[in-house]
Every structure is written in C-alpha cells, then in structure tokens.
Write a protein that binds this ligand. Structure first.
Ligand code: SAM
Ligand code: SF4
Ligand code: FES
Length: 342
C-alpha cells in the first residue's frame, strides 16, 4: 500500500488495478491523504480559490434518478431567477471579494442562447472569471457561451460506467455526455467534470475507471462528492456514498493530476461538519461558497442536509475565510485558472 502511494506521489501514474487496491483497503488512508496534501502544496500551492456559486434555476427537463431537481419530483417548489437577479447576485459576489462566479441550474430551456449571452456579457463586464454548469447543450450553444466570454464549464460524467449511467439518467446517453466534454475542451473552455461516489451498483473498479477517465481527457477541474439519497427521488431507499470513500477518490485524483483544481465539495461537508477542511487537507484547493440569496438556497434541494441553506452570502464568506486561515492557508486573490505544470 505504501509503495503504491509513493509511486503515485512520484510518477502520478497508477493502473486501474493499483487504484482498486488503494480504494479497497483502509489501512493507510492517513498516508494517502498526506501524500495528496503534499502534491497539492507542491503543484498548486497553499492558496485556496473561492468561486461564488449562484444556483439560478431548479427547473430541469432531465430526470436523473438521484437528483431532487428531476422533472418528475412534484414535491419540490420550483423557482427561476431573472437575468437581472442573476447579474445582481454576481455583482454582490464581486463586492464580497469573489474573483469567479459559477452559474448553476437544472436544464432549464427558458434560458435560451440569447438570454445566456446577455447574462454572460454582463458578468464578464464586472471583470470576473465565469464558470457555467447548465448541463448538456449543443456544440453551437457552448460556442455561443464561449463567444460571449464564459471561461469554464462544469459537467460531471457522474460515472464512467455506461450501463449504470444510462440506468440512472433515463433518456440520456453516455455518448452525448462525452461529446459535450469533448466539445467544451475543443472550444477552449477550462473543463470540469467529476463523479458521484456510492451510486447503487457502482463498484470500486468503476471508480478507478472514473479517475483514469479524468486523466485521459485531461480535465482542468474535478469535483468528487458522495451520492446522498433524497427522499423525493426513486433512490430514496439506497445507502449513498461514504465520506471516506469520496475523500479517497478525491485524494487519488490529486496524486494522478497534480496541477488541476479540485474543490472541497459541499456534499462532503453535508456528511461531515468539518468535511471541506478535511478535503482541503487531503488534496483539494478550491471551495465554492453559495452566493445565492434568500430562500432559493433551500429550494435548490438536490439532496437533504445541504449546508448553508439559512445563511447569507456575507456569513458564508467570512465563515469559509476563517476555516481557510484556521488551517494556515490563504484565500487567493487571483482568478484561479489552471496553471499547467506537467
Ligand atoms: N444540471 C446540471 C448537471 O446535471 O450537470 C448542473 C446541476 S446538477 C444539480 C449538479 C450536480 O449535482 C450533478 O452533476 C450531480 O453530480 C450532483 N447531484 C445531484 N443529485 C445529487 C445527490 N443526490 N447527491 C449528491 N450530489 C448530487
Ligand atoms: Fe437535472 Fe442536473 Fe439534477 Fe440531472 S443532475 S436532474 S440534469 S439538475
Ligand atoms: Fe456557509 Fe460556512 S460556508 S455557513
């Protein structure tokens, strides 16, 4: 086990079988996390990049079995911010000191290309970096977002197991998800992807393949989080992912992709009250605090127990700054683009 960790730390390469070995045994987790922390420090330094997250619509045409925003969920109260509200939240995020905003939503067709271009241009005029996470679109739509100035795009592959993906995401094709990621790369976006850990039927071998897929497509950002079962979805009775396994997938990703950006995800903090700090000490270098205001935070209900639903953007900003300085790290003043070092 220690040999595998040393190999990963030095060469940034592991085979699928070696990754499975690491995932299988919990005897040397502390060493694994420490190695990921060293690689993080060496390649991306001690600064933590903050991205202000705006959850601007919970309306979705898709029906992913794990997600509370799925179209068949009638229990959820739906909302959609206006373009002016979105731009206003972005301007406020800038005032709180954020250098990047992330616009995330369900797949909501109300936001057509012209509307998105308007929002993107207004936010870029504020001098911020802009990440989009709007789901699957055509290449032409992605191109239009890029032309309007968007810098980055987050689209998790969720799982590289095609059969599992197509079972959990009815009506969606794994091929199209991969096509989206390819188009985004070719169009010059910084591309973020990632996976859910603990999906029903997911194996350790499949998680190993997820990690190798991230490397194969040379993703710029990887978000890993536990699947947390939602009462209002068909997966309500499932067990969900564990904090430790999610952290291990994240740490191995850091070892194999030393210079990328890796968020300490919100879902991790949902399972452990200190989850983001633990993740920051196990390979992560990014946090995405919520800058959505008011009741919308609660209504963007992917899974139960979501953190910060009753907090304000100002509170979250000072909370996370405190946590970051508490572990001897500091908040970056830059835009936090990936600096390729390998
Ligand atoms: N609709 C876009 C998409 O699917 O890419 C963006 C929004 S979607 C809500 C963002 C992410 O939430 C998904 O990629 C998925 O990994 C995560 N998610 C959804 N349901 C979840 C659950 N029950 N537990 C943990 N994460 C979940
Ligand atoms: Fe919609 Fe994204 Fe949730 Fe799937 S994961 S139902 S695409 S919001
Ligand atoms: Fe929201 Fe700590 S980041 S309360």
């Amino acid at each position: 086990m220690l040999e595998l960790i040393a190999k990963a730390e030095q060469t940034h390469e592991l085979t699928k079988e070696e990754i499975v070995e690491l995932l299988k045994s919990d005897t040397h987790n502390a060493e694994l996390f420490a190695a990921a922390d060293r690689v993080r420090a060496q390649y991306v330094g001690d600064e933590v990049h903050l991205r202000g997250l705006i959850e601007f619509s919970n309306i979705c045409r898709q029906n992913c079995l794990y997600c509370g925003l799925r179209r068949d969920n009638t229990k959820i109260e739906r909302y959609r911010l206006t373009p002016e509200q979105i731009i206003d939240f972005a301007a406020k995020a800038k005032n709180y000191g954020y250098k990047t905003v992330v616009l995330q939503s369900g797949e909501d067709a109300w936001f057509d290309v012209a509307t998105m271009q308007h929002i993107i241009r207004e936010i870029k005029a504020l001098g911020m970096a802009l990440t989009l996470s709007l789901g699957e679109k055509t290449r032409e739509e992605y191109q239009a977002y890029k032309e309007a100035g968007a810098d980055r795009y987050l689209l998790r592959i969720e799982t590289t197991d095609r059969q599992l993906y197509e079972a959990l995401d009815p009506g969606m094709s794994h091929e199209n998800r991969k096509r989206c990621l390819r188009d985004l790369k070719e169009l010059g976006f910084e591309v973020g992807t990632g996976c859910l850990v603990g999906l029903p039927g997911q194996t350790l071998a499949s998680l190993a393949e997820d990690i190798l897929f991230f490397k194969e497509i040379d993703a710029d950002m990887i978000g890993v989080g536990p699947f947390i079962p939602n009462e209002d979805t068909p997966l309500r009775g499932e067990k969900g992912g564990t904090f430790t396994l999610s952290l291990k997938v994240m740490a191995i990703t850091r070892l194999l992709m030393p210079d990328i950006n890796i968020p300490a995800t919100t879902a991790m903090e949902t399972l452990d009250p200190n989850g983001r700090v633990i993740a920051l000490k196990s390979g992560a270098n990014v946090v995405m605090p919520n800058v959505t205001e008011g009741d919308y935070r609660r209504m963007y209900a992917l899974y139960p127990g979501k953190i910060c639903i009753n907090d304000t953007p100002a509170h979250c900003r000072s909370c996370i700054t405190g946590k970051i300085s508490g572990i001897g790290r500091k908040v970056s003043q830059g835009h936090g683009y990936r600096q390729k070092k390998r």
